[in-house]
Ligand binder design. Structure first.
Ligand code: C2E
Ligand code: CA
Ligand code: CA
Ligand code: CA
Length: 271
């Protein structure tokens, strides 16, 4: 295993940046990570108004043999630049579908949905629809329990192509959520053409929702918009009961955040 095990300076620690911390090395290590299966999925619960888990979002972690658990914010941009996000994203889909198929056999978990983050690079591939269908087919997962999280910024380019791909998957039952909603520039004109199921209020608007009038106004407009478009709405980054209560009073009814549970390995997940 090429670079694995070599004990070098941790290039993820901003305090220790030296010339050995090159992007090329990170890329090399990402290749190793793929072949040595150093990735793991963490699971974070999504909770309804009654406090019941209705689904999870899967969040990627890189379990580096030397550097420990590395967060996706630190390697996804490089994985996207290099196209490595495509095989990594396919692995994520495959794993998520495997979990779905296993959960379908247990009464406590059979109704849960799994949300998977999709990168623009991945979505824009010509064979994206087929790769999702392959993951579903190979695992036997129920497509109706799979939700793909897209971001606003990826929905503004070629609307016809985007719509074709989303519709093809929707016909199989796959659901779509717009992640980080409110931070991009998508217009209602675009949105209403797309087969969406859910808007996800970005945690940037939830964080200070109790004290910041602007954040509260934006969150309220996302909730109102989702109601008029007949979409589900979920708030992410909910850390306190007060945030949850305020969001509920504003018309939100699904939540995700540390208040309900941090992302954790599947063994630690309590449903
Ligand atoms: P995201 O999709 O917006 O995910 C939400 C992030 O907020 C996650 O960070 C999660 O751990 C964190 N979070 C959850 N609850 C709370 C809370 O109550 N408070 C705070 N402060 N944070 C909370 P994470 O896991 O580090 O992921 C960061 C980003 O990396 C994700 O943002 C997503 O854009 C990307 N990502 C993660 N997994 C994947 C993946 O499999 N594929 C792709 N393409 N991107 C991924
Ligand atoms: Ca997400
Ligand atoms: Ca988000
Ligand atoms: Ca985000």
């Amino acid at each position: 295993a090429k670079a694995a095990g070599r004990n070098r300076v941790c290039f993820f620690d901003p305090k220790m940046q030296t010339d050995v911390n090159t992007k090329a090395e990170i890329i090399q290590e990402l290749y190793t990570a793929i072949s040595n299966e150093q990735f793991e999925l963490y699971y974070q619960k999504q909770i309804d108004d009654h406090g019941r888990a209705i689904g999870v979002e899967v969040l990627l972690r890189w379990c580096h043999p030397v550097k420990g658990v590395i967060s996706p914010a630190q390697f996804i941009p490089i994985a996207e630049d290099t196209g490595l996000i495509v095989p990594i994203g396919q692995w994520v889909l495959q794993q998520a579908c495997q979990t779905l198929a296993r959960w379908a056999k247990q009464s406590a978990t059979e109704a849960l949905t799994i949300a998977v983050n999709i990168s623009a690079i991945q979505f824009n591939k010509n064979n994206f629809v087929q790769t999702v269908l392959d993951a579903l087919h190979h695992t036997g997962a129920n497509p109706h329990h799979l939700k793909l999280e897209l971001t606003e910024s990826m929905l503004v380019s070629d609307i016809a192509d985007i719509k074709t791909k989303m519709s093809a998957l929707q016909q199989h039952g796959v659901m779509f959520s717009i992640d980080d909603f409110g931070t991009g520039y998508s217009s209602l004109f675009y949105l209403k053409q797309l087969p969406l199921n859910q808007l996800k209020i970005d945690q940037a608007f939830v964080r200070d929702i109790l004290v910041d009038d602007n954040d509260r106004a934006i969150a309220q407009s996302v909730i109102t918009l989702s109601q008029s478009l007949k979409l589900e709405v979920i708030a992410e980054g909910v850390e306190t009961q007060a945030q949850r209560a305020l969001l509920q009073s504003m018309g939100c009814n699904v939540y995700q955040g540390y208040f309900f549970g941090k992302p954790c390995s599947i063994d630690e997940l309590e449903i």
